[in-house]
Write a protein of this length. Structure first.
Length: 284
């Protein structure tokens, strides 16, 4: 069976890297992301150099008859264009992106990105990640039950909130270690019904030292997520209402056009009534 390409931002051709805000926006323009659910995520760590940490997300296709899983890599790095917080890394190679994960003691804007990987690399996934990050290890795996999986839309809103909560990259406060750990812990708080595997040592450490002070980040992000999701849900409801209001007028206009096409000399009084009826719905 061919790999599906019907959900931009999850299931598509080739490889695409987006910042979290653009990824969220891309999912909003499709009806399928709410039906594509997160089955599993893994917490990964490079074992050399800066010991970069990143998360891999596994999303199931919305059609249960299609046995396909999208694999997305989520990570934080320095913004190479600090004047533009929304800068993209689409044109960067893996080695170039890796060079951006460098320590700095002064805050500068961060890029929180989502890499939608090509299905062609899935059969040799470990080799692909090794080529991108060098030697690495999986520290932990978390799996959701079939009835409690969060949707891709919910995850996109969560990543957006985390980025908004701490948009700057700082060596001791909000670097890749903080970002990965915040993603992991907030998901556990917000979405129940998961099984978390045993942890291997090394999380949030660089050269053996703990480099993350989480403070109340997880608690605050969860509260901010609840507010953002409510706002997002209300916006969706308004859009649906507007769409429903459009339908009667569009139907009336279609009937009017059809009647004029069939008999251009038909009763003018009836045509005027239809026009008045259509106008009563107002502009849209």
């Amino acid at each position: 069976m061919e790999y599906p390409t019907d959900v931009p931002g999850l299931f598509s051709l080739g490889e695409t890297q987006l910042n979290v805000a653009d990824w969220r926006k891309m999912l909003l323009y499709s009806n399928f992301p709410p039906r594509c659910v997160l089955e599993r995520l893994t917490f990964c760590k490079a074992t050399r150099g800066k010991e970069h940490e990143f998360i891999v997300l596994y999303f199931r296709h919305w059609n249960t008859a299609v046995p396909a899983t999208a694999r997305l890599i989520v990570e934080r790095a320095l913004n190479p264009y600090p004047m533009d917080r929304r800068s993209m890394m689409t044109s960067f190679s893996a080695s170039q992106f890796s060079s951006l994960i460098s320590p700095t003691s002064s805050p500068t804007s961060a890029i929180d990105s989502v890499l939608i990987t090509s299905n062609t690399v899935h059969p040799h996934w470990e080799r692909y990640l090794g080529g991108r990050y060098g030697a690495y290890k999986t520290l932990c795996t978390l799996e959701f039950s079939a009835t409690s999986c969060p949707s891709a839309t919910q995850i996109s809103v969560l990543l957006f909130v985390i980025n908004h909560h701490a948009p700057d990259y700082h060596l001791w406060k909000s670097q890749c270690y903080w970002f990965s750990r915040t993603i992991w812990e907030t998901r556990k708080q917000l979405f129940s019904g998961y099984v978390e595997g045993a942890w291997k040592p090394g999380r949030s450490q660089c050269f053996g030292f703990n480099v993350v002070d989480m403070g109340d980040s997880v608690k605050v992000v969860c509260l901010e997520y609840a507010d953002e999701w409510t706002r997002f849900d209300n916006e969706n409801e308004k859009e649906k209402q507007l769409e429903q209001e459009k339908q009667p007028k569009q139907k009336c206009q279609a009937e009017l056009a059809g009647a004029q096409q069939v008999n251009p000399w038909w009763n003018r009084a009836a045509m005027t009534m239809l026009q008045l009826w259509a106008a009563s719905y107002g502009p849209y």
